[in-house]
Design a protein around this ligand. Structure first.
Ligand code: ADP
Length: 576
């Protein structure tokens, strides 16, 4: 296929023609799409070529789920759908994992997949990579569309962008059969079929009565608390949220991906008194945070039995999905918080409550400082995280990607964030495998370098993307907290010489993986070495991986989620 803009006059005197692949790229470009993440193959290779030729950036991955996770993270970071390009059937299914994860996390994303011949697929005659992809995608996405004519591509792209971005953001699947990508159509008709989406996610103002109800509750509260979720970070209403919180003095608790919306060191942050703040609050204002498992479904013991919830969410269906919502505020976060801020003079945080929280913060900070100061050999998680924290404290511009069990739970508490939307992690599913995809998206879309803090098991899911990171020379530093196992590395198999289910190779040298692709590897065994390696890696600006040897006996099975494991007779998670 010709990769230059296709406007041929096939027969003198006839009008110029184009094809589906070109129309697709034109439609994306017209709507401001700048980057495609994907893995090429039949039938979409030329789409990537045409995209490059037309000035879009194409980032080619080694596995579709990583490309999809990158597109999803791009959606979260930019508030515009991230685009992922996949091949038929298996490639599509690999990407679908990320699309489903994006939908679960409320990130706007579009997966465009090529698909095989409809007339063969639909009669199940056994085509190359045969699959009814549209049907397969439907349960996992906000919407799934198929384009059957090149003339409909413009409409389909607009519809996908509108659906992914508006209301509660999420994943959209766009199926484009090979025949449509290759379909030749009149260039003039193709150009006329394109359309630009106007105001993809319009403001949604809350009804004044709903604001009155919420303000009355907040004004009467003796122990008010604001919980900021990743919806609040996504909304890009940073100044509005900060002004509201600072003018009312309300204590706030950031969920993990809302860290940095206000700096974690902000005096009103009660992140280090989390359990007490949640348990003792009498009125909780949820801003872009769902009362799902991450917040104990809004029930005791995490919350008091009498707590009253005010919930700000763009999706009315979210309200009352768990604990009852006393004051629903349906609307976009910017508009709702602005409306609340107009009544800030009626709201405050009573002094006894502030003092109680401050006391608990001080006490918890003291015990955390002790844990971080301990310097045992072999190195443990806390020692390693202290070293990382000390380096990142001076680098607020760094994007932090974080996944693992213990690596996630502990880093979330130790590593402070100071800038909005600079932390990407396992999210609503608590999923492993997002690491390198998210890191690549942050490096491509963001304004600073990336440090991915990875458990060794979590890292393994997307490790081959080190090659992608090196190929594009991205400023990504991967820190592998290597305790040689899933959760921990000292598992025991009582029955044979096979490793235990949780055991990985304790002597694995992850640093050598990146060296294979021309990046810089570091292997460290002490916090001091780790701090020096991280400083050097950030200064170099190039891809690097630091393999940190952690005591295999350090780590809890399933991290903070041990209680979610079924109680199997004879098994003791604590001892592996
Ligand atoms: P966390 O895991 O950080 O608690 P969640 O993903 O559970 O956050 O919640 C995010 C919520 O934010 C979702 O319910 C989503 O509908 C909502 N949301 C996303 N964007 C907006 C927006 N612009 N305005 C209002 N609500 C939003």
């Amino acid at each position: 296929m010709n990769t230059a803009p296709l406007m041929t006059e096939s027969v003198p005197g006839t009008s110029p023609v184009t094809d589906g692949a070109h129309v697709l790229v034109d439609a994306l470009k017209l709507n401001g799409v700048e980057t495609l993440y994907g893995v090429v193959g039949i039938p979409i290779t030329d789409v990537a070529r045409v995209a490059q030729a037309q000035g879009l950036r194409y980032i080619g991955f080694r596995h579709e789920s990583d490309a999809g996770h990158a597109a999803a993270a791009a959606g979260f970071l930019t508030k515009k759908p991230g685009f992922c390009l996949t091949v038929s059937a298996p490639g599509f299914l690999n990407g679908l994992v990320a699309l489903a994860n994006a939908t679960t996390n409320c990130f706007p994303m579009v997966q465009i997949s090529g698909s095989s011949d409809r007339h063969i697929v639909d009669l199940q005659r056994g085509d190359y990579e045969e699959m009814d992809q549209l049907a397969a995608a439907k349960p996992f996405v906000k919407a799934a569309f198929r384009v059957n004519r090149a003339a409909d591509i413009g409409l389909a792209v607009a519809r996908a962008i509108r659906t992914a971005s508006s209301g509660r953001p999420g994943g959209v699947y766009l199926d484009i059969p090979a025949a449509v990508l290759g379909e030749v159509i009149d260039a003039g008709a193709a150009a006329a079929s394109l359309r630009t989406v106007v105001d993809a996610a319009p403001e949604q103002l809350p009804p004044p009565r709903a604001v009155d109800r919420a303000v009355a509750l907040l004004a009467a509260a003796r122990r008010p608390l604001v919980v900021l979720g990743k919806g609040a970070a996504y909304a890009q209403a940073d100044k509005t949220i900060r002004n509201f919180l600072e003018s009312t003095g309300l204590p706030f608790l950031p969920m993990s991906m809302a860290k940095g919306l206000l700096p974690d060191t902000h005096p009103q942050s009660v992140a280090s008194a989390r359990s007490m703040a949640l348990r003792d609050a009498d009125v909780v204002l949820l801003v872009g945070a769902r009362l799902n498992w991450l917040l104990g479904h809004g029930e005791p013991p995490q919350f008091s039995r009498d707590v009253k919830f005010i919930q700000v969410d763009i999706d009315p269906g979210e309200l009352d999905s768990n604990a009852p919502i006393a004051a629903p505020l349906v609307g976009d976060i910017g508009s709702v918080i602005e409306a609340l801020a107009e009544r800030a003079q009626f709201i405050d945080a009573p002094a006894p409550w502030r003092e109680q929280l401050a006391e608990r913060k001080a006490r918890n900070a003291e015990s955390m400082a002790k844990r971080l100061a301990a310097d045992p050999r072999p190195m443990r998680f806390h020692g390693a995280l202290r070293a990382i924290r000390d380096v990142l404290r001076d680098r607020p511009d760094v994007y932090v990607v974080n996944e693992g069990a213990n690596a996630l739970d502990l880093a979330r508490n130790v590593i402070d964030m100071a800038v909005p939307r600079h932390r990407l992690d396992s999210g609503t599913w608590g999923v492993m495998g997002v690491g390198m995809g998210y890191a690549i998206a942050a490096a491509v879309e963001g304004s600073g370098p990336v440090v991915a803090i990875e458990g060794d098991s979590a890292f393994g899911f997307s490790a081959m993307e080190l090659e992608t990171i090196c190929r594009y020379r991205l400023p990504v530093v991967v820190v592998v907290l290597n305790n040689g196992g899933v959760y921990r590395g000292d598992g025991h198999n009582p029955a044979s010489d096979d490793p235990s289910p949780t055991t990985l190779m304790p002597a694995a040298r992850h640093d050598r993986l990146i060296e294979a692709f021309g990046g810089t590897g570091h292997h460290v065994t002490t916090p001091a070495e780790l701090g020096a390696a991280l400083t050097e890696a950030l200064a170099s600006g190039g891809p690097a991986l630091i393999d940190c040897v952690i005591d295999p006996a350090d780590g809890t099975e399933s991290g903070h989620l041990t209680q979610l494991n079924p109680a199997v007779v004879g098994h003791h998670p604590a001892t592996n």
